[in-house]
Design a protein around this ligand. Structure first.
Ligand SMILES: NC(=O)c1ccc[n+]([C@@H]2O[C@H](COP(=O)([O-])OP(=O)(O)OC[C@H]3O[C@@H](n4cnc5c(N)ncnc54)[C@H](OP(=O)(O)O)[C@@H]3O)[C@@H](O)[C@H]2O)c1
Length: 217
């Protein structure tokens, strides 16, 4: 599959490596593509680098992997090229605080995937790859018998299967949380966010989180 990646930081590079190893064609991009030339040479022959517009044009599927502070800029840059395409939103709605921690930047009752679907209505939005630090992914992905779960969500069942397959191709176990409206458990804060879990453990935590949230509302 041809995958255009917007953002070439921890997430962009990690999945570029894993997907190129799984023989996908990857196009990595950032606002400074000249800095990516030697990086993509090191990753492999099926990875190239360029502008965000080029990556969005190249991809049958787009992975959006920029910091939330610049997500509006990235969305506007890819908007003309993603009509009808699947965009996997890997962003977390967080900003860095001065003390080094992070804080949520969308309202408590908002769901990040639905916010993105409103921001980029031209594309089909799925959520995925958001719930684990790339350090954990690098440590656990592509082992012979993968056990580490990664969540996904999206409004289209076929798109969810595409994202699930890409998660499998990265050497992780997909856990489908359903439609974007049901994807609150994958947004921070949540008990499954950035915790290394098997699919079984993750599903149990999600059930518990949903039960508690339903009781509170
Ligand atoms: N790191 C993780 O473990 C992890 C895990 C799950 C989810 N996430 C989420 O994934 C997103 C990216 O995180 P990260 O850790 O990969 O960030 P990062 O390491 O800071 O990298 C961000 C990348 O995006 C590029 N970029 C920033 N604004 C851009 C724009 N408007 N257009 C194109 N490229 C842009 C940056 O390059 P230039 O500045 O040169 O453009 C850089 O290559 C965040 O929303 C984060 O919450 C991260």
């Amino acid at each position: 599959m041809r995958i255009g990646i917007i953002g070439a930081g921890a997430i962009g590079q990690t999945y570029a490596k894993l997907w190129s190893a799984a023989e996908h064609e990857v196009f990595l991009s950032s606002r400074n593509p000249e800095k990516l030339v030697s990086l993509v040479q090191d990753i492999g022959a099926n990875v190239q680098a360029g502008t965000t517009a080029q990556a969005a044009q190249f991809g049958e599927v787009i992975l959006l992997a920029v910091n939330y502070s610049t997500v509006g800029e990235a969305v506007n840059a890819i908007r003309p090229y993603v009509e009808g395409k699947l965009v996997i939103d890997a962003t977390n709605p967080l900003r860095q605080k001065e003390d080094g921690g992070t804080e949520r930047v969308i309202e408590d009752d908002q769901i990040a995937g639905m916010v993105m679907a409103d921001m980029l209505p031209e594309a089909r939005i799925a959520k995925g790859l958001t719930t684990l630090w790339t350090g954990y992914v690098e440590r656990h992905a592509n082992v012979a018998d993968p056990t580490i779960a990664m969540t996904l969500a999206g409004d289209d069942a076929k798109d969810r299967e595409t994202v699930a397959q890409l998660i499998r191709d990265a050497g992780l176990v997909p856990v489908d949380l359903g439609r974007l409206a049901q994807s609150r458990p994958l947004d921070p804060p949540s008990p499954i966010w950035n915790v290394v879990l098997t699919a079984e453990e993750l599903e149990a935590q999600v059930d518990e989180f949903r039960r508690k949230t339903a009781e509170e509302t």
